[in-house]
Design a protein around this ligand. Structure first.
Ligand code: HEM
Length: 472
């Protein structure tokens, strides 16, 4: 069904219905439906979702063209209308086009938070949060209580990020008072992740038929009120004590005679970091544990490696990660099968570009289906099996160099939080595995762990994983 345009032939794709285009083809799990369609139409596919021109990429070779060879053209974003309605696209590093403001925010954030030195310097803040996770799981052992792994990992992720950002804990295990912040972050994620008709039919954005823009406004106001409170408090206490966190560094830049960053920039940046960093990290931890609970030999292998490296009851340090090849392989294998963002964060074409003999049209949204390439039998042997061993021999890297495995994206828009995420995922898994054995609920067989997923802003387990820890 390739159509001809003035600038060339569009990539092949299913025939679009008038007005609705191919919207019906997407279903509840677009990553899976589009992976299936790409078997028919190829790794570069064109669809119309309502009026939104969409190009789906499902092979490492074409992903490399999009994210590396032509990344200048494809590094803008297709912004959800809910975020436009609250003006987030004008200030947010995640959604700004690749222009000066985006460069500035990315540079500041990288320099102030994600360099090796900065991350090493803030390690003690994170260590404390891992200790809390350890204590919570130990308490569940004593009470013979099941742990909701995704929930525990989400609380820990929120706290790891809030510690690095503001030296504050936002969420507590077993506490209702911390529910509000969690709910607000979930609320924002739900608004951004829900399919919104206003994105596909431009006229509808004036009517907000699903109320998504209205809910987004509500959650943005709530979260910004929380951030305002934290910023005001910090401004007051700055004279007497200095903190070693991102907020302190950003306020230094804000208080200069010619401020490098505004208070609004700071609030939108904080929001981006929470939304981009919390749910993604906890989802991977939950998927990894779900895979390992079905593979007792593999979880034993991880535990042995950990205990050989850090000793019984030793708390793992960030520097230990490089000495844990099997744990690293488990994390890579989890990213291959369960990428947190199955389409990355949608990119957008700034101009017509010819790829593989087809034209990718200007303004099309680009979905790089990393979920599909992770399960492609042309690239991976036994693609549906969880086999961390495959990563022990060849050194596939997660950092955007090896296009068959790019859960963090690649090129200029690669995940800015990758160095922190990498540490967080390994450390949380190590904390859960090193000192605890895990049992499923009475009567559940390990091969019956439900592995179905739920599409949203991130790819979550449809049924949360609950398991009983036993202290070793
Ligand atoms: C397992 C955890 C994570 C995964 C899988 C992940 C994945 C991604 C992906 C796929 C992108 C989009 C790349 C693209 O557009 O091609 C992204 C962007 C981003 N991520 Fe992450 N991320 C994770 C954790 C984090 C953390 C912990 C932070 C910070 C606290 C973070 C901050 C960001 C930011 C700021 C961007 C936007 C970059 C830009 O548009 O310039 N991420 N992430």
């Amino acid at each position: 069904n390739s159509k001809q345009r003035k600038s060339g032939k569009l990539p092949p794709g299913p025939y679009p219905f008038p007005i609705i285009g191919n919207i019906l083809e997407l279903g509840q799990k677009p990553h899976q439906s589009l992976a299936k369609l790409s078997k028919t139409y190829g790794p570069l596919m064109y669809l119309k979702i309502g009026y939104l021109e969409t190009v789906v990429v499902s092979s490492p070779e074409i992903a490399k063209d999009i994210l590396q060879k032509y990344d200048q053209v494809f590094s803008s974003r297709s912004v959800p209308s809910a975020l436009i309605s609250v003006g987030h696209h004008k200030l947010s590093m995640v959604w700004l086009p690749m222009e000066n403001q985006w460069r500035k925010l990315r540079r500041i954030c990288k320099e102030q938070m994600f360099t090796l030195q900065k991350l090493d310097a803030s390690w003690d803040l994170r260590q404390e949060k891992l200790q809390k996770l350890f204590e919570y799981v130990s308490q569940c052992c004593v009470n013979s209580q099941a742990v909701n792994i995704g929930e525990a990992a989400f609380i820990t992720s929120l706290n790891l990020i809030s510690a690095t950002l503001f030296s504050v804990d936002f969420a507590e295990f077993n506490s209702d008072s911390s529910q509000e912040f969690k709910d607000v972050v979930w609320g924002v994620m739900e608004c951004v992740g829900s399919p919104n008709f206003a994105d596909y039919f431009p006229l509808l954005k004036y009517f907000d038929p699903q109320g998504i823009s209205c809910r987004t406004k509500f959650y943005f106001e709530k979260i910004f009120a929380i951030f305002d409170g934290i910023i005001d408090e910090r401004l007051q206490s700055r004279g007497t004590s200095m903190k070693n966190d991102l907020l302190e560094a950003l306020l230094d830049l804000n208080q200069k005679q010619e401020p490098e960053i505004s208070r609004d920039d700071i609030k939108h940046l904080m929001l981006d970091l929470f939304v981009a960093g919390s749910d993604t990290t906890s989802a991977i931890v939950e998927w990894a544990m779900a895979e390992l609970l079905q593979n007792p030999k593999k979880i034993l292998k991880v535990r042995k490696e950990l205990r050989d490296a850090v000793g019984i009851n030793g708390l793992i340090q960030e520097l230990d990660i490089s000495r844990l090849p099997y744990l690293q392989a488990v994390v890579k294998e989890t990213f291959r099968l369960h990428p947190a963002f199955p389409f990355l964060v949608p990119h957008k074409a700034n101009a017509d570009v010819e790829i593989n003999g087809y034209v990718v049209p200007k303004n099309a949204q680009i979905l790089v289906n990393v979920w599909a390439s992770g399960r492609d039998s042309d690239t991976w042997s036994s693609p549906y099996s969880f086999m961390p061993e495959r990563f022990l021999d060849h050194k596939t890297d997660l950092r955007g160099q090896d296009f068959e495995l790019i859960p963090f994206g690649a090129g200029r828009r690669i995940c800015l939080g990758l160095p922190l995420a990498h540490r967080m995922v390994h450390l949380m898994l190590a904390t859960l595995i090193c000192n605890f054995e895990w049992k499923l609920e009475e009567g559940s067989k390990r091969e019956e762990v439900d592995m179905s997923d739920k599409f949203g802003l991130t790819l979550q387990k449809a049924i949360p994983l609950k398991a009983f820890p036993v202290k070793l």
